[in-house]
Design a protein around this ligand. Structure first.
Ligand code: ADP
Ligand code: MG
Length: 683
């Protein structure tokens, strides 16, 4: 067995179960070993009914009652209900489709119930709590139990078993890092790290284990960025492009003036492209800061030099949006450019036609998706490559697009708020322009952070907006019902909402696991106003522009990082109407509330990212991945920013101290074990 072995080679995983793993995008032994629990549950001392909290997750020790058990049908569901009581405090317990419990819960027996307790109309209730016989629970007491994100049909237990098998067979003994580093930074061994993360004993060990893996991952990444920087950054010689009056003319005709930040960035871009060396620049600017117009100006400059520019977006919807707005500007401002769209869903015939025009130079502003870097495309004379929301693309994709030309200029645009200290590390091979100023005259979004009891009111509010012809986004953290019954999931939620609104609103849903064609269709339907409420995971966070959407509601907002919530918020407030964000906080602890309240105070993504990092501190590692975009296997650029900065400094030292004889084998091993993408993927 090695890191790349198929999961079917693991004892206990057969043809059927492997499908379930595939559903979670786990294919190889490596994938599974790096699939860490998203949280650990601590089996704490149970409470009595009288002493337990009236909200949040509780663990209650109670006797099964002698009467009041009730089994009945409700629609397609079978309800099994009873209540636990002590003194005059009473907790209603409900299980769905678990009629067999009637024969398990015997009157007078002692059980421990664990789950979310809620107070509704003065009554305390728990739905589907986990249950343990008293003796059974005593065995778990004070241990940590891993909780994995799951799909229907898989259990945390099963995953643990499979991991155990893998750990028996996979060679993990070799230390990849030089010994002096292991010592200096007090890293545990790799075997310890994996064993601890999947089979934890103490909380402290978990932190340390994780730190080890984050450390090596970031270190490999930093060494790579720095090596690349010294090779490619500057000095690729190109034919300078001439500045053109066409860009000046466009700027004069626009209905608005560029902000100072935009002007400065444009000046930098223009200088780069007029210079002797290839541009390697990143524009970083919050959502709505006006990056697109800079891309358009750069594309015009390439085109008026008789050359081509390509503009690559991460989704078809976004590519089409860019294309449409470029066409609109071309017509309105009489731009002398020849735009063309190239996306995967075009028919073979349409694509062939596009290829021809691109190859013959009949099109000079080429807008599209990944289709732009497919084998079939040959460019006539590609001088400029722009990627939008670039963190979604790996460096290799960027390189492939660049290779389509001869020493092309590169401009990447990102809305991910990253504090400058981190950006310098992450994008070490790029020059940075920051749009830290918003266009004037935007109606600020109105925010509120509320608890779940506000939900009904929120729905009423949505209905009002829908009646006024507007549209609504609703974000849930999960795709389908999983093990953690207290998290909202997209599919059930959409059903619930549709039931709630009845014929008064059209509800649909979207998540990352859908077929791309279906995803596109739904996004287009939403843009075309055929859908009123779109329930979605965070897949919608990428630059989509539906100005008619005025409400963004986020369920379980506590599960998201502030930076990510801010990205989500950027999907509304894009039109002329007042927009609203409703963040539902499903966890009432003070720290979470304090953190979410920051969203009320600031509309500045950079500030939020920084504050989030500060508030959470290094110990708070589970549950939230801030930066889904930076797909590191273990590390998270915000939560682990300290390690990132530490390894960046260390990378400099290593590069100076070690000969390449040591460096390159080190990186090779990382690549083999951690996976190919680790070091190139995120920038
Ligand atoms: P993002 O940076 O999120 O990609 P866009 O480029 O989509 O932002 O710009 C958002 C909106 O702001 C667009 O409708 C654009 O026309 C407009 N816009 C851009 N720059 C300015 C400006 N300086 N003043 C006013 N509106 C602007
Ligand atoms: Mg944009």
């Amino acid at each position: 067995m090695d890191w790349n072995s198929d999961l079917t080679s693991v004892k206990g995983i057969g043809e059927k179960t492997v499908e379930l793993f595939h559903k979670m995008e786990l294919y190889t032994v490596r994938d599974l070993l790096y699939y860490f629990p998203r949280d650990y549950e601590k089996f704490e001392e149970p409470n009595t009914i009288l002493n337990c909290n009236n909200s949040g997750i509780v663990t209650i020790h109670a006797k099964i009652p002698y009467q009041n058990m009730e089994l009945r049908k409700a629609g397609r569901k079978v309800l099994f209900k009873f209540y636990l009581s002590e003194g005059d405090k009473r907790i209603d317990i409900t299980y769905f489709n678990m009629a067999f419990l009637k024969n398990i819960f015997l009157p007078g027996q002692e059980y421990v119930f664990r789950g979310k307790i809620e107070e509704k109309r003065g009554r305390l209730s728990m739905e589907q709590p986990k249950y343990y016989k008293s003796e059974e629970y005593a065995n778990f007491l004070n241990t940590l139990q891993p909780i994995y994100s799951l799909t229907k049909g898989l259990t945390s237990n099963f995953i643990q078993k499979a991991v155990k098998e893998i750990l028996k067979q996979i060679p993990l003994e070799e230390e990849l890092l030089p010994e002096y580093i292991v010592e200096k930074y007090q890293l545990c061994t790799r075997r310890e790290a994996f064993e601890t993360l999947h089979f934890p004993k103490m909380e402290e060990d978990v932190l340390n284990a994780r730190r080890r893996l984050v450390f090596e991952e970031f270190l490999a990444f930093c060494i790579n960025v720095k090596l690349q920087k010294s090779t490619d950054m500057n000095l690729t010689v190109v034919n300078p492009l001439l500045r053109t009056a066409a860009t000046e003319r466009l700027l004069e005709q626009l209905p608005y003036k560029l902000t100072n930040a935009q002007l400065k960035a444009w000046e930098q871009i223009e200088n780069d492209m007029a210079g002797d060396y290839a541009m390697n620049r990143m524009i970083q600017g919050d959502v709505g800061s006006g990056k697109t117009i800079l891309a358009v100006l750069a594309l015009i400059m390439a085109a008026s030099n008789g050359r081509q520019g390509a503009f690559m977006a991460p989704t078809e919807v976004l590519a089409k949006q860019h294309y449409d707005s470029i066409i609109e500007m071309k017509d309105k401002y009489h731009l002398d450019i020849k735009p063309i769209l190239l996306v995967g869903s075009m028919t073979a015939k349409e694509k062939r036609r596009a290829y021809e025009r691109i190859e013959m130079g009949l099109a000079n502003v080429i807008v599209g998706t990944h289709a732009l870097i497919q084998g079939g495309v040959t460019y006539y004379d590609l001088a400029l490559v722009i990627t939008d929301e670039q963190h979604r693309f790996g460096v290799r994709q960027r390189q492939r697009l660049q290779e389509k030309g001869d020493n092309t200029h590169i401009l990447v645009m990102s809305a991910t708020p990253i504090p400058r200290t981190l950006a310098i590390v992450l994008f070490g091979d790029l020059h940075l322009s920051v749009l830290d100023e918003m266009p004037v005259g935007r109606l600020p979004i109105k925010n509120c952070v509320v608890n779940t009891s506000y939900r009904e009111k929120a729905y009423q509010f949505m209905q009002k907006e829908i009646d006024a012809g507007h549209q609504v986004y609703c974000i849930c953290p999960m795709v389908e019902a999983g093990e953690m019954e207290n998290l909202e999931n997209v599919e059930d939620y959409a059903e619930k909402l549709q039931e709630h609104f009845g014929s008064k609103a059209r509800v649909s849903y979207l998540h990352g696991k859908m077929r791309p064609a279906l995803k596109n269709q739904i996004m287009e339907d939403f843009a075309a106003k055929n859908i009123d409420v779109l329930v979605s995971t965070t897949v919608i966070e990428v630059g989509i522009n539906v100005p008619n959407a005025t409400v963004m509601m986020v369920e379980n907002a506590e599960r998201f990082g502030l930076a990510q919530l801010h990205q989500l918020r950027g999907r509304v407030g894009r039109g002329k109407d007042q927009s609203y964000c409703i963040f539902i906080n499903g966890n009432q602890n003070n720290k979470t509330t304090e953190r979410l309240e920051l969203l009320n105070k600031s509309n500045d993504g950079f500030y939020l990212a920084n504050e989030d990092m500060r508030l959470r501190g290094p110990g708070d590692i589970f549950g939230i991945r801030q930066s889904g975009e930076f797909a590191f296997r273990v590390g998270d650029i915000y939560n682990d920013s300290g390690i990132l900065l530490e390894t960046a400094a260390l990378a400099d030292e290593i590069i100076l101290a070690e000969s390449t004889k040591i460096l390159f084998p080190l990186l090779e091993t990382f690549r083999a074990e951690v996976g190919n993408e680790v070091d190139f993927r995120s920038i």
